[in-house]
Design a protein around this ligand. Structure first.
Ligand code: SAM
Ligand code: SF4
Length: 339
């Protein structure tokens, strides 16, 4: 662990690390040493299928929010989703991430049917869901038909910050409950938050880290906040790349076993941002397998990075950039290391 002398379990030391760039190089070195110990040079790829941009929620930061009436919405059919998986499977993807807004038209029965179909057709692949808050019973149904991973960023562990980013109909406590329910059911669970979200303080981030230490997530999704011009937070500043990278290294140190993506948001606000994420300790990339024609409509934030390339071409470019960072893109389910 080199000569790093600060104890990240201590809040005041952690605050110092978060607020100054002083330790960044050292943090990244330690993070890389740890990721090599657990995962070697492997970078896992997840095929992201953004299957619906409809959402019943109204999170203040997100372009898919219900009240964004200017957004042209889309839904993929079951057949279109399966076609994305087929294309991904042929390219070597062994994990599919089905993500959407909270779309009531994708009822539990329909979702379960889609998960079952993917599981049956691609038995060597992991199915990850990222479809927001549902009941424990719903999560159980999806697990029974083959879903094994679930991404649900907790967004903010601080009740006060959570309330500034969401309408009163949504609660921090319910989001946390969903995460614990998912864990209890046996899912590999992903939590996380936006770095530099409006109103977020260093203390809030420390609270996020401490909450995650109690949850012990298998996957950690953090990316910079990026404003979206049709949301109530349109004029807020974007999150910082430097702080995001620092946090990726801190996450790797606090959660050595975790699967941590270098997110699209990081690649959006800084060219080469995803590669910087890998060098800071991330070990997952999530290329988009959605049909090119709908990608622009999944407008979570402004100028969302999209190569416009078909999956195959995009993947080749990604393989090369991952290799240029000294890592290896692997075709593997990439389950979480034992912890
Ligand atoms: N609806 C599901 C949910 O909220 O969990 C999944 C889709 S949602 C678009 C996925 C993630 O996008 C959210 O967890 C949020 O952290 C992130 N996101 C939304 N708006 C964002 C923004 N303006 N900047 C960066 N990330 C954003
Ligand atoms: Fe909907 Fe998720 Fe966006 Fe919130 S973050 S508005 S739940 S898509």
């Amino acid at each position: 662990m080199g000569n790093f002398s600060l104890n990240l379990q201590d809040d005041s030391a952690l605050k110092k690390v978060l607020e100054t760039g002083e330790y960044d190089k050292e943090l990244a070195e330690i993070a890389l040493e740890i990721r090599r110990h657990y995962y070697g040079d492997a970078v896992y790829m997840r095929g992201l299928i953004e299957f619906s941009s409809y959402c019943r929620c109204n999170c203040y930061y997100c372009g898919l929010r219900r009240d964004n009436t200017g957004l042209e919405r889309y839904r993929l059919t079951r057949e279109e989703i399966l076609a994305c998986c087929q294309e991904g499977w042929e390219l070597g993807f062994r994990t599919f991430v089905l993500q959407s807004g909270e779309d009531p038209q994708f009822t539990d029965a329909i979702m379960a049917e889609i998960v079952a179909a993917i599981h049956e057709r691609f038995p060597d692949c992991a199915v990850t869901l990222s479809i927001g808050e549902r009941s424990k019973e719903s999560y159980r149904k999806f697990f029974q038909v083959g879903a094994r991973r679930y991404l649900l960023r907790h967004e903010a562990a601080s009740t006060e910050l959570y309330a500034k980013l969401h309408p009163a109909t949504m609660s921090c406590a319910h989001r946390r409950q969903c995460l614990f329910d998912l864990k209890e059911l046996g899912y590999q669970v992903g939590a996380g938050f936006m770095v530099g979200a409006p109103f977020q303080t260093t203390e809030n981030i420390i609270e996020d880290l401490r909450f995650m230490q109690t949850l012990k997530p298998d996957m950690i999704g953090i990316g910079p906040f990026i404003h979206q011009s049709s949301t109530p937070l349109a004029t807020c500043a974007n999150g910082s790349v430097e702080l995001t990278l620092r946090l990726i290294s801190i996450m790797r140190i606090l959660f050595p076993y975790a699967l941590i993506p270098a997110t699209t948001a990081l690649g959006t606000i800084r060219p080469g941002g995803r590669e910087l994420g890998l060098k800071a300790g991330a070990n997952v990339v999530m290329p988009n397998l959605s049909p090119v024609r709908v990608r622009g409509q999944y407008a979570i934030y402004d100028d969302k990075l999209s190569t416009g390339l078909e999956a195959a071409q995009g993947l080749e470019a990604l393989r090369q950039s991952v290799a240029a960072c000294g890592f290896r893109l692997v075709s593997d389910r990439g389950d979480v290391a034992k912890h």
